[in-house]
Design a protein around this ligand. Structure first.
Ligand code: SF4
Length: 242
């Protein structure tokens, strides 16, 4: 089964506890959510073309029509692999929408899944081949869905599934209007699964800065229930990387 992929390139992971790690990024198209802060809106729908980096880290691309078949994607991943590259980042869009394609990759490189965690049944299908799982928990103020309680339930189920087999962490985007109250269900949900799961607060990258006083307040609030709470911004944007 071919897949709609938006871009394939080599860069440095800029989010979460693996920030600084070199990866080949495979960015899938289509997403079931519509987050206010989305920084890849071009991937929410099928575009019909994919840009592929010509040399690792060069920033030069050629375009090709999509969908792409498994062998073409694997050939480009291999071409873009370098000695310091550690993982294949499966990102999006929402990569779990392509669980069958991900299973078909069958590569020796470790898979790093970046998911909005909204598809527990698909997470179950690929849990045994994922090495690292970055799972979002959305907040009500992200306005990404009409049914927030249902999304949160699915996210927590996905985290519970992946946490059994993969190195799993949770990422929550913090907006200037985020409060302890809006964060509380995420904190309680992760605590009910495993209070050792790293819980990353990622201040949104935008003109409207998240005050450091709010980050400190939210970190302490989450830290009362969880053991590993960190605040990590998007470092790739500081370095002008993809
Ligand atoms: S889940 Fe990710 S790709 Fe989908 S709308 Fe939200 S930020 Fe964008």
């Amino acid at each position: 089964m071919p897949a709609y992929i938006n871009e394939i390139f080599n860069s440095i992971q800029g989010e979460g506890p693996y920030a600084g790690t070199r990866q080949v990024f495979v960015r899938f198209e289509e997403c079931q959510l519509q987050c206010d802060y989305c920084d890849t809106p071009q991937t929410r729908n099928v575009s019909g073309s994919c840009r592929i980096e010509t040399e690792p880290g060069s920033g030069n691309f050629f375009s090709t029509k999509t969908p792409l078949n498994r062998d073409d994607v694997v050939a480009n991943i291999v071409k873009l692999w370098t000695p310091s590259t550690k993982h294949i980042s499966l990102t999006g869009g929402e990569p779990l929408l392509n669980s069958d394609f991900i299973k078909s990759l069958d590569l020796e490189y470790p898979l790093y899944l970046e998911t909005n965690a909204g598809f527990p049944e698909k997470a179950r299908e690929i849990k045994n081949i994922i090495s690292i799982a970055s799972c979002d928990i959305k907040l009500p103020e992200h306005r990404c869905t009409q049914n927030y309680p249902e999304l949160l339930e699915k996210e927590l189920e996905t985290i519970s599934i992946l946490n059994k087999t993969a190195d799993t962490f949770v990422k929550v985007i913090i907006l200037p209007q985020t409060t302890k109250e809006s964060l509380s269900l995420a904190v309680e949900g992760v605590r009910s699964i495993d209070k050792d799961i790293p819980f990353i607060l990622q201040p949104v990258t935008s003109d409207k800065k998240v005050p450091s006083s709010l980050l400190f307040e939210l970190m302490d609030f989450a830290g009362e229930k969880l053991k590993d709470v960190r605040a990590i911004p998007q470092t790739h944007k500081m370095m002008n990387l993809l």
